[in-house]
Design a binder for this molecule. Structure first.
Ligand SMILES: [Zn+2]
Ligand SMILES: [Zn+2]
Length: 254
């Protein structure tokens, strides 16, 4: 499967786009920067968006994507999301205050946008893929995803502090090709990372000790203010597994 890294950061600056991956040209996994990264014709090809959680760095471009593609598609754009994330998106994003409620526009029967609930730990099909939401530990309800096709699997942790289940899934998935894990703050900001349930290189090293297999580990979610410092610290840290920064703008074939 092809993963186009539209945005790989945990915040926004002219060089850092917010978290969003485009899989096989049609399915977006998180939506922080779809409309900044893709031309309009590529935006129109997106049929489904899968969300890990409600934070803006993972959802901010959805309102503009819906507007850009409004009226041009026969089928509604589908957003697949866990229960509490669905509630938040309904209440705080498409609520007729922050943005029009496109789940009822142009009308209830043929809306531009459909919110589809997915259940933690229950696999579902989307595009040609099988996805399984895996609960992780963040300040709001959040799921990582195991994304599988017939040739292999990729595990995306999403935003999380120290956790176990996602590493257990990594250890028991036979054909795991790659793992995308977060690191947000340098270790000197450990207290901030702990309270916001994110990782530093120090806690990432402890998390990677739970991974008992050889798999490529890619890092995402550097906060823009600390990118240079994090790159230096990651390069100087001895991790239990080799790691590489996930490169924004590139397409990975997993
Ligand atoms: Zn984030
Ligand atoms: Zn978050």
């Amino acid at each position: 499967m092809d993963w186009h890294i539209l945005g790989s950061f945990g915040g926004s600056s002219p060089t850092c786009r917010m978290t969003s991956f485009l899989i096989n040209g049609e399915l977006a996994l998180d939506a922080g920067s779809i409309t900044q990264a893709l031309q309009l014709d590529a935006q129109r090809r997106i049929r489904q968006i899968v969300l890990t959680h409600s934070h803006l760095d993972h959802t901010a471009s959805i309102p503009f994507l819906v507007e850009n593609t409004f009226g041009e598609q026969r089928e509604a754009l589908e957003i697949l999301l866990p229960p509490q994330v669905l509630r938040t998106v309904k209440l705080h994003l498409f609520n007729n205050d922050t943005w029009p409620d496109f789940t009822r526009i142009p009308n209830d029967l043929l809306p531009a946008l459909r919110l589809v609930q997915v259940e933690p730990r229950a696999a579902f099909s989307a595009n040609t893929l099988r996805l399984t939401p895996i609960p992780v530990r963040h300040t709001v309800p959040t799921c990582g995803y195991l994304v599988e096709d017939e040739s292999g699997s990729v595990l995306f942790t999403s935003d999380t502090g120290p956790t176990d289940e996602v590493w257990e899934v990594a250890n028991r998935t036979a054909n795991l090709r790659a793992l995308i894990a977060e690191v947000s703050f340098p270790s000197r900001m450990q207290a901030v990372a702990d309270v916001s349930l994110h990782l530093t290189p120090r806690t990432l090293a402890a998390e990677l000790a739970k991974l008992r297999r050889d798999v490529a580990v890619h890092l995402y979610h550097f906060k823009p203010a600390y990118v240079a410092e994090l790159r230096d610290e990651v390069a100087a840290t001895r991790f239990p597994h080799p790691v590489a920064e996930l490169r924004q703008g590139e397409t990975y074939r997993f």
